[in-house]
Design a protein around this ligand. Structure first.
Ligand code: SF4
Length: 346
């Protein structure tokens, strides 16, 4: 069940004195939590990393000049409703814009929720036609909102339509459902993903406490059906900007058979400045993570360039030019000279 502001106070997760503040935020940005997420909150901890992700705060009412309604420029690359075609070989397909929870740092916070439209049948057909007419599209990322909030029947219809387009070789779903609303991963939903085309599911998780037994079971149901699992996380100040927390998160995901894929630097969404740290500090965390944990636990730290210029890895870089050779840093921080000999072509 999804809970709102009144339930947050009823369940003593938010003090009654804060209700006005929460209402002012909710007038601008969507608010919702699931019961599973609410149960993870420690109301005695003012810095609880779960509450900080989902419970609104007055800090969201502060907007910095560089923040934008559409920080990654989806609109610029949207040739028709529901499609974003930013990179040549892949498109986003957004069949709906509702989520089971509303993350306070969400990059699409001004497009999603009640104000967002679900694509009707005709709009979806136009989206499929666009994909069919573009043979360069190799991968379709089904996102939103959260596509796992659609009924299994609608998910099966989307999978069937995309699998029927010969040049679409990969269907990728982006979802928070297995983590925040795991009981929705039913046998019917898992069946809806069954197809000969490669299906990847990318789950969104930011803190090891989100990896509950129920979340693990939901992921196991997907893995057993042959779904390849990846994760994406956001580097959030005061929530997971700590090497130990990231290590636990990524080790936990890998142990669930989920390969950490992206660690996003937070986007310039309005009212989210309190979540953003410094990129240099993020690079240092990635260095420390590589020193501590297996390569399987290393996501790529990325920045979506504001304005729609795409996503790029932002380091750290272990290799630096040094005259005719290179300086390369090892896991312990020691620097070595590397002088490769370049062979002549045959
Ligand atoms: S689940 Fe994703 S799209 Fe939905 S609110 Fe969170 S970050 Fe935004």
């Amino acid at each position: 069940m999804t809970i709102g502001i009144e339930a947050l106070t009823d369940q003593h997760l938010v003090a009654r004195e804060r209700v006005d503040e929460l209402r002012r935020v909710a007038a601008q940005f969507q608010v919702a939590l699931t019961d599973e997420v609410a149960a993870l909150i420690d109301p005695t901890d003012p810095h609880d990393p779960i509450a900080a992700q989902f419970v609104p705060s007055a800090a969201e009412l502060r907007t910095a000049v560089e923040e934008r309604a559409d920080p990654i420029g989806d609109e610029r690359w949207s040739p028709l409703p529901g499609i974003v075609h930013r990179y040549p070989d892949r498109v986003l397909l957004k069949p709906g814009l509702v989520c089971p929870v509303y993350c306070r740092f969400c990059f699409r916070r001004e497009q999603i929720g009640a104000r967002g439209k679900v694509l009707g049948r005709a709009a979806l057909e136009r989206a499929y036609a666009y994909i069919r007419e573009h043979p360069e599209i190799w991968e379709v990322v089904v996102t939103g909102g959260d596509p796992f909030l659609l009924t299994p029947r609608r998910i099966a219809a989307i999978v069937g339509a995309l699998a029927g387009i010969e040049h679409v070789q990969v269907i990728r779903f982006h979802t928070r459902v297995p983590i925040v609303d795991p009981k929705r991963v039913t046998a019917a939903l898992v069946d809806a993903l069954a197809t000969k085309t490669a299906v990847y599911v990318v789950v969104h998780a930011n803190h090891p406490r989100e990896l509950t037994g129920a979340a693990k079971d939901a992921v196991t149901r997907l893995v057993r059906a042959g779904i390849a699992m990846l994760s994406q996380s956001v580097l959030l100040r005061g929530i997971n900007d700590d090497a130990g927390v990231l290590e636990q998160l990524f080790r936990g995901l890998v142990a669930m058979r989920v390969k950490p894929y992206y660690l996003h630097h937070p986007d310039l969404a309005r009212g989210t400045g309190h979540f953003r740290g410094d990129i240099a500090a993020g690079q240092e965390l990635m260095r420390e993570l590589r020193r501590r944990a297996s390569g399987l636990c290393q996501p790529t730290y990325v920045l979506d360039i504001p304005g729609g210029h795409g996503k790029v890895p932002i380091g750290p870089c272990w290799l630096h030019r040094d005259g005719t050779g290179w300086r390369v840093e090892d896991g312990a921080g020691a620097v070595h000279r590397y002088l490769p000999s370049v062979g002549d072509p045959e």
